[in-house]
Design a protein. Structure first.
Ligand code: ACO
Length: 437
């Protein structure tokens, strides 16, 4: 059998090196032994956006971007979206296996009973400006939770980790709904323990004066599916942040705040908000071709298209398209969906998109569903954050418990000035006859 090694010849020195290959990867630290003169710190690999660098080993999520495959703990996301619930998927991501009925009951019960927030968090939200973006409020308040739960610092205590995981999954929707109601000046609606995770979120968003809020079952299920589809996506930008902050042994509330801040960016979780703005800007099906021409000329990017990993259809986008039909059957057809369908049709037939292998990603249709359910665009990244929380926590815990993980601390290729000196020191050095470059 062929040896699992890579032989590298350094043409500067003529030396050859054998580097072991494990799990389809070489260890970047094995390159350190490759030096130009036998000393020094050795060769670095340069990969500013982690385009081809594995930052960890992980048993949580598998993606094959060429074949449109996404699996959580081995289960295809399509099966989970069809047959499972968000809380069951959250359990799966965190524990590695689906829960049995007893475990499921205990898990749902524990999350349901951690949904309340400390009343001071309400005061904190009250302090935000009336037009504060809810994602900004979420980032601030989830970070603030760390001050309410100092026990969360006990990250190597399994029971403490479990408690913080329950708290975070339970409280994210409450923080999110309170942030949304703050923007419209509505009194905060407290959680209703009789409802499902998604149903309760709809309750906290829209309960008005009625004694009991009754979520529409189609919209409740659609939201649950969207949360499942967003639950994890291996080492994406925000998850990488979660692991990096976690690697410094920060508490999970602080790490989640950092991950949510990364998700806020328009190239990541902010994209669904941008998709809706884009569809509104296009305004009608007849203007789609003209818009695609502007994208092709490099003037703008088509939001909701393209992905670092998927060079084929994002499997989540396929499922979401079907959910959009179910939701719009209840809420009424949206002209934005017609624009989106035409945009997809024109783009997928266009040379530029074919050459760049750009397909719709998860965000392309999710905004249309959120909007049809009634969420304001500012809430879109917040919804993404609720869905991604179990994934962040599973990855955070996996990183903490992995003996190979250390504090994340990349190297750099220095391109700045060589040593130089302040004028007075340079003059003194020149006078003393020492080098003063
Ligand atoms: N519209 C037009 N052109 C695009 C798009 C797009 N949406 N995405 C990529 N390209 C082009 C780039 O201009 C570049 O072209 P070039 O090689 O001729 O210069 C090429 O495709 C590669 O693009 P990169 O930016 O290098 O690809 P990268 O993997 O770094 O970026 C990203 C991936 C950020 C998702 C990108 O496709 C993008 O900006 N998409 C729009 C924003 C979006 O939808 N983000 C959501 C991502 S999914 C998520 O986070 C849940």
């Amino acid at each position: 059998m062929a040896e699992e090694t890579l032989t590298i010849t350094d043409n500067r020195t003529g030396r050859r090196y054998d580097v072991p290959i494990r799990n389809g990867a070489i260890a970047a630290t094995d390159l350190q032994k490759i030096t130009s003169n036998g000393s020094g710190s050795g060769l670095l690999s340069y990969d500013p956006a982690f385009l081809n660098t594995a930052s960890c080993r992980s048993a949580i999520t598998f993606i094959d971007g060429e074949r449109s495959i996404l699996r959580y703990r081995g289960y295809p996301v399509e099966e989970l979206a069809e047959r499972s619930s968000f809380l069951e998927v959250a359990y799966l991501l965190i524990h590695g296996e689906l829960p049995d009925p007893t475990q499921h009951g205990q898990w749902v019960d524990a999350i349901t009973h951690h949904t309340l927030l400390h009343e001071n968090i309400k005061k904190l939200i009250d302090g935000f400006h009336h037009d504060a973006h809810p994602m900004g409020i979420l980032v601030g308040t989830v970070g603030a939770l760390s001050t309410f739960y100092p026990d969360a610092k006990d990250i190597f205590n399994e029971a403490s980790r479990r408690l913080q995981i329950l708290r975070l999954i339970a409280k994210m929707p409450t923080l999110a709904a309170f942030a949304a109601r703050h923007a419209v000046g509505m009194p905060y609606a407290y959680p209703d323990n009789d409802l499902s995770y998604a149903g309760n979120f709809l309750n906290m968003m829209w309960k008005a004066t009625e004694l009991k809020y009754e979520p529409n079952p189609v919209l409740e299920r659609a939201l649950d599916i969207l949360l499942i589809l967003h639950a994890d996506h291996e080492q994406n930008c925000s998850t990488n942040v979660m692991r990096a902050v976690g690697s410094a042994h920060a508490d999970p509330f602080s790490a989640t705040a950092a991950a949510a801040a990364a998700l806020y960016g328009p190239l990541h979780g902010g994209a669904n908000e941008q998709v809706l703005r884009m569809l509104k800007e296009i305004g009608s099906v007849s203007r789609v071709s003209e818009y695609v021409k502007r994208v092709r000329s490099g003037e703008l990017r088509l939001m909701g298209f393209g992905h670092r990993v998927y060079k084929n259809y994002d499997p989540r986008a396929q499922i979401i398209k079907k959910v959009a039909d179910d939701v719009l059957a209840v809420t009424g057809r949206s002209p934005l969906l017609d624009i989106a369908l035409e945009l997809e049709r024109v783009a997928l037939a266009d040379d530029y998109f074919i050459k760049h292998r750009l397909y719709p990603n998860v965000d392309f249709y999710s905004g249309i569903i959120y909007s049809a359910i009634g969420f304001p665009v500012e809430m879109f990244p917040v919804l993404f954050a609720i869905g991604r929380t179990p994934g962040w926590l599973a990855q955070w815990q996996e990183g903490l418990l992995d003996p190979e993980q250390k504090i994340a601390r990349p190297r750099q290729v220095y391109t700045g000035s060589p040593e130089r000196h302040l004028p007075g020191i340079r003059a003194a050095k020149a006078e003393a006859g020492t080098s003063a470059s």
